[in-house]
Design a protein around this ligand. Structure first.
Ligand SMILES: *[C@@H]1O[C@H](CO)[C@@H](O)[C@H](O)[C@H]1NC(C)=O
Ligand SMILES: *[C@@H]1O[C@H](CO)[C@@H](O)[C@H](O)[C@H]1NC(C)=O
Length: 498
């Protein structure tokens, strides 16, 4: 009762101080609404104007069977040639910001800063300048999966030299664009880079070095990120006055039952899924999560390895990595139910076997063209709250959120997804007091969806990949998002006000 009373008084003070009742469907003034893309997925022009070869160029050319429709990003959306046209679309949508990434091999064709490709610099200068001229904030990802092939030939993220290579590249990026770019994401989705690129081999570079390669990649990637952060902090921040962080994909893991082993399994999956990458940066103690260290060490021993396949950080490294992000970049798509699983028989090691869980979705959850993908807005809200409580209430930038479907212009499923998930964001802001300052729709337009090629579409704008001009056409979701940004209010028939 006492607590209840305090809450009521607090609520009255809040609404009085704002002079009116809080509108729980209105987006706070300081929440930025935008959309995102990444270089390999949209640019095309894979070998034009001096660009070097990257790992996705190599994999799609050498191993077309790795892509569902055997397609490539050679042309993709041809965004390299359509800056003006695409900015007109963003302007029409009313985007406050556009999140895009820089193609490392477009500006450094060899991967090294010995040779800077001026045409690449010009392309991004033009993009940034045109965005700013249209009052659209550029939000830039330094590394979104397209490693220069010459660096992969030397081991890529499995080689600790990646720390220097990424840092040297980031320096070129800050030197050339940091005067105008104020929000930097060092690396997009470490798990997908390491587990899918160096573990299962589903993504470029396609190494199937599971249980070993993926953890080497993780270890080097985290150090590289921390070095870039410290470099920005020491050398650039004072003059450029930006902020810099990292983005992880955090799906939500919900226990399938209330049995203790399933509750523990769900937590374990969260720790392997995103804790392994974010705990060293955001947790007050730093380092890998204890449960990850424990499970990999135990399994490694059973498999006959002399030490854990998960490398250890020194205390100095733990301190160096801890706190190296001005915000928590969150990509969120969906939720899974988790059950504990018996240990697999000893065989090739993998992160999956280390995690020891079984995952599935509830068939009653809303889905669209793909039954493996379901909309679970309460999962997003739980993920936001988990981050708030476990990582010291950081500022959260939702850097990706979106819904896949097959070809469709009347994309009602996507609209429903955005409505429901944005309501979860508003509830997290107003009811749970999670600090969210950015919401990013993935994606501005249909694009090359990695191993799914062009079979899966995430765009607000439709792109016809059979037409050499790659025409963009607004889907119904463009009307929805445009109106949302214009009114800054979620228009739901059933608002379920708290
Ligand atoms: C677990 O227990 C809670 C509280 O009794 C209940 O609300 C919830 O539905 C249960 N979850 C499952 C998956 O059974
Ligand atoms: C190209 O057109 C064919 C035939 O209409 C269609 O099946 C295919 O999905 C299209 N491909 C893409 C990438 O749009």
């Amino acid at each position: 009762m006492g607590i209840y009373l305090v809450f009521i008084i607090g609520a009255v003070i809040v609404s009085r101080s704002q002079g009116h009742a809080v509108d729980y469907l209105k987006f706070p003034d300081d929440l930025l609404l935008g959309a995102a893309s990444s270089s390999y997925q949209v640019e095309g022009a894979w070998n034009e104007d001096g660009k070097g070869e990257n790992i996705w160029d190599r994999m799609t050319h050498a191993n077309p069977e790795k892509i569902d429709d055997r397609s490539t990003g050679d042309i993709a959306c041809d965004a390299y040639h359509k800056t003006k046209e695409d900015i007109a679309l963003m302007k029409d949508l009313g985007l406050q910001f556009y999140r895009f990434s820089i193609s490392w091999s477009r500006i450094l064709p060899t991967g090294f800063p010995n040779k800077i490709n001026q045409a690449g610099i010009d392309y991004y200068n033009d993009l940034i300048n045109q965005l700013l001229a249209n009052n659209i904030i550029p939000m830039v990802t330094v590394y979104h999966w397209d490693l220069p092939q010459p660096l992969q030939d030397l081991g890529g993220f499995a080689n600790p030299e990646i720390i220097n290579w990424l840092k040297d590249y980031a320096k070129v990026v800050f030197d050339h664009f940091g005067d105008r770019v104020k929000t930097w994401i060092t690396i997009n989705e470490p798990k997908q880079i390491c587990e899918f690129g160096y573990g299962t081999g589903m993504f470029a570079p396609g190494l199937q070095a599971g249980g070993i390669g993926n953890y080497l990649c993780t270890h080097n990637l985290l150090k590289a990120h921390a070095h870039i952060y410290h470099m920005y902090d020491k050398i650039y921040r004072r003059n450029q006055k930006g902020h810099i962080g990292i983005t992880a994909e955090c799906s939500w893991s919900e226990p399938a039952t209330n049995a203790t082993q399933d509750i523990e399994a769900a937590e374990r999956r969260r720790q392997f899924d995103f804790g392994m990458y974010m705990n060293p940066i955001f947790h007050k103690n730093g380092d890998y999560p204890a449960v990850v260290k424990q499970f990999v060490a135990k399994r490694s021993k059973e498999e006959g390895f002399p030490r854990s396949r998960l490398p250890e950080f020194t205390q100095q490294e733990i301190n160096f990595i801890k706190g190296t992000s001005d915000f928590f970049g969150l990509n969120h798509y969906t939720t899974v139910l988790v059950k504990d699983k018996k240990a697999d028989p000893i065989g090739d090691p993998s992160q999956d076997k280390d995690t020891r869980v079984e995952t599935f979705q509830d068939p009653n959850w809303l889905t669209g063209s793909f039954s493996y993908f379901r909309s679970v807005p309460w999962g997003l809200r739980k993920a936001l709250n988990y981050i708030k409580h476990n990582y010291g209430n950081p500022e959260i930038l939702i850097t990706e959120n979106g819904f896949p479907d097959a070809e469709s212009f009347n994309d009602q499923g996507r609209i429903r997804y955005y409505k429901d998930n944005l309501k979860a964001v508003l509830d997290a802001i107003y009811t749970d007091h999670v600090r969210i300052t950015v919401y990013t729709a993935w994606s501005l337009m249909d694009n090359f969806e990695w191993s799914s090629g062009y079979t899966v579409r995430f765009g607000l704008y439709h792109v016809d990949f059979n037409d050499t001009n790659r025409p963009r056409t607004p889907k119904e979701s463009v009307k929805f998002y445009k109106n949302l940004i214009k009114t800054r209010r979620l228009n739901t028939e059933d608002p379920k006000l708290p």
